[in-house]
Design a protein around this ligand. Sequence first.
Ligand SMILES: CC(C)(COP(=O)(O)OP(=O)(O)OC[C@H]1O[C@@H](n2cnc3c(N)ncnc32)[C@H](O)[C@@H]1OP(=O)(O)O)[C@@H](O)C(=O)NCCC(=O)NCCS
Length: 162
Amino acid sequence: MTLLPDAAIRIRRMRIDEDLDGIGAVDAASFTNPWTRDMYLWEAAHSDVARVFVAVHDEAGIVAYCAVWVVFDELQVNNLAVLPAWRARGLARRLLAEVFRAARDEGATCATLEVRASNAPAIALYEGLGFVRTAIRAGYYTHPVEDAWIYWRHDLDPVELA
Ligand SMILES: CC(C)(COP(=O)(O)OP(=O)(O)OC[C@H]1O[C@@H](n2cnc3c(N)ncnc32)[C@H](O)[C@@H]1OP(=O)(O)O)[C@@H](O)C(=O)NCCC(=O)NCCS
């Protein structure tokens, strides 16, 4: 895996006034039923729990994002996507490492997420980060209908990037 040079990509919190188009482009390229602008506006309005992080390249703009909730001691990863041309370079792992660090700083001690049963790249990513499958939610997803696999990670120790 090639790690991205730190200087080219910065990870920061979403700025609602300037990031929605970039996040929408990542979503449209990544999901069959992407989030709408209203969903991101909801996230911004509920900043007591909702956090959206973006990975911004100096020239290409937003190349990845991750939407989470931090609820008491629990981090819930709601959405994560990387533009197709920027995949397989360690970007999702680096973004999650930053998300975990920020959540730990807020008091989160564990993390959970759900993933389509057929999403082999995401499952490999999460299992590689120590997430363990704990349940299956039958027929949870639409477009197409598919089971969700529920994962937990019971500590938020720093993610190994190398
Ligand atoms: C899943 C996704 C976020 C991974 O992003 P990425 O930046 O390419 O991932 P990374 O380069 O950080 O890879 C980290 C690990 O994930 C796994 N992985 C990533 N892409 C993979 C692929 N195509 N096949 C198998 N494993 C893969 C590997 O374990 C990899 O570690 P390695 O490089 O040491 O083998 C990206 O493929 C994506 O945006 N997919 C569409 C949206 C999506 O499915 N999001 C997840 C919703 S739950």
